[in-house]
Design a protein around this ligand. Sequence first.
Ligand code: PRP
Length: 180
Amino acid sequence: MSLREDIARVVIGERDLGQRIRELGQQIAADYAGESPVLIGVLKGAVLFLVDLMREIDLPVELDFIAISSYGGATQSSGVVRITKDLDSSVEGRHLIVVEDIVDTGLTLRYLVENLASRHPASLRVCALLNKRKVRKADLRLDYVGFEIPDEFVVGYGLDYAEQYRNLPFIGVLRRETDS
Ligand code: PRP
């Protein structure tokens, strides 16, 4: 059984992902020249993006991870946000870059940005691979964005449906049960 058989359409292919992530990495390296930022990966969706992005940042970066629960198994944002795994280290006085796979309603990120800001970092920016601007419920500034996408449910490259499809190397749309 092939995972790809469940995909109706590829939205962003491997080549486009790689090229855009290289650009983002170069931009971050230029913006943080002389600094050693901490990349904060938001588990689990941002993992593939984070590992590819960090390879394109020619700076001495550090890594930390935070896990936030918002969606559960559904495809709709519940708006319920809580930290299920906190950072390992203090980020006081550090330059932070939050790395997210997707910003949808923005509720997750708004909570995260407020929470991290209260820890007194030197600076705090957000790098999101995908941005669904149309469904925004929270006012947010995204400093680095890979792609603007329409409001459709996407999987792959870290993004899941009921914990599946994260390992697809591209972003795609699932086939509906009724599609043959
Ligand atoms: C996704 C994504 C963001 C959030 C965005 O995570 O990684 O954190 O939802 O949605 P919002 O802008 O509407 O708040 P999810 O809760 O699916 O967890 P996961 O990363 O473990 O898949």
